[in-house]
Design a protein around this ligand. Sequence first.
Ligand SMILES: Cc1cc2nc3c(=O)[nH]c(=O)nc-3n(C[C@H](O)[C@H](O)[C@H](O)COP(=O)(O)OP(=O)(O)OC[C@H]3O[C@@H](n4cnc5c(N)ncnc54)[C@H](O)[C@@H]3O)c2cc1C
Length: 386
Amino acid sequence: MSYRFIIAGAGVYGSATAWHLARSGADVLVLEAGEVASGASGGTGKRGVRGSRRAPAELPALRLAYELWPALADELDADTGYHRIGSLNLFEEDEVGMRGGEDALRAWAWRQRRLGVPTEALDAAGVRELEPEVADSISGALWSPFDGVADHTATTRAYAAAAARHGAVVTEHSPVAELLTDGDRTIGVVTAGGTTHLASEAVVLLNNVGAAPLVQSVGGGHLPFWSMYPQALSVRTPSPSPCRHLVSHQSRALSLKTLDAHTLMVTGGWRGVRDEADGSGRTVESAVRGNLAAAVAAYPSLADAELLTWQADRAETYSADDLPVVDTVAPYRNLFVGAGFSGHGFAIAPAVSLLLSRWLLTGVRPDELAPLGYHRFTPAVSRSAS
Ligand SMILES: Cc1cc2nc3c(=O)[nH]c(=O)nc-3n(C[C@H](O)[C@H](O)[C@H](O)COP(=O)(O)OP(=O)(O)OC[C@H]3O[C@@H](n4cnc5c(N)ncnc54)[C@H](O)[C@@H]3O)c2cc1C
């Protein structure tokens, strides 16, 4: 059977891109190795929808995502768990001293406002109006009221269901094992079960850690990626959770999201390890302890919290410059990849998937995706010469 577009992966990117394509009337087949949202886009807790401290290259997409998130649940006709609760990036006295103090805080706030992330620099009293239980050491914060949280699993499933309602075929337990090529074009895929599917227009690899091996298998350009297992903890607090917003820290690896009155998700860049026996990810004790210590340093009352869950089972591709690659893969004109989201891809998924679908449908790359192009790994001299 032939489809106009074949997508590998039904995480948030594959599912959302399929929805945009299908509702524009295109034939789409999504092949998913496991189940919808069985990769980085699934699992317990929530994900931050954060513009604060995001790299400028991602901000054109983030600004669009800020517009799209509030209406998404209605468009998908399903709850996404999205709440625009605002974020605080906490600054701490001693660390701030080394990094420029209040001047640094104001400089960051200015830069973010200029780039479209509404942000205010708060002093110690201002932080406590929003987060009364922060540690005495917290001397200021970046306050970004447009940031929020969403339920990643529910959002991903909602995209996949909406794509299917518009006629996309979403097939689970069908890993793409091989790409079929003809000259400078991809013409289809073969699944691990041996089924061949042909693509008349493009093959789109939105399969996270599975993307680079497929690209490599057909001699495509090198993707400077590696895989990691971000750690996610949840704790139960004896008193109501002290954290009212999406909270991160300028100098500690910490991100906090309240899930319900007494449950708090604790992340922030700590990592698990790959279990070589079965290829799964698992937590390491020192990282669990380190993450909890960072949480207690920001909110002392969390010293009494009970560790509920500890996981590092969702693999994610990281890229050498912490930015995704959303582009075609040379030498193939119609092989697209969107991967390397480096632990912060969920927030911008509504925007990047919409922009990618426009590119696929029109053949013209939207300007917002240019900073995520592969050309950034090409030396400037040869770029200007070519
Ligand atoms: C613990 C944790 C916390 C995070 N926190 C945040 C946050 O707060 N904010 C934020 O913005 N982002 C966050 N992220 C990152 C974000 O979740 C990811 O960037 C995003 O979900 C990636 O989506 P994806 O669709 O590219 O990948 P995935 O969801 O991994 O989807 C890829 C899919 O492809 C499938 N697949 C793989 N190989 C093949 C193949 N050969 N054929 C077919 N299918 C295949 C996989 O089974 C998988 O379902 C976090 C990630 C983790 C793990």
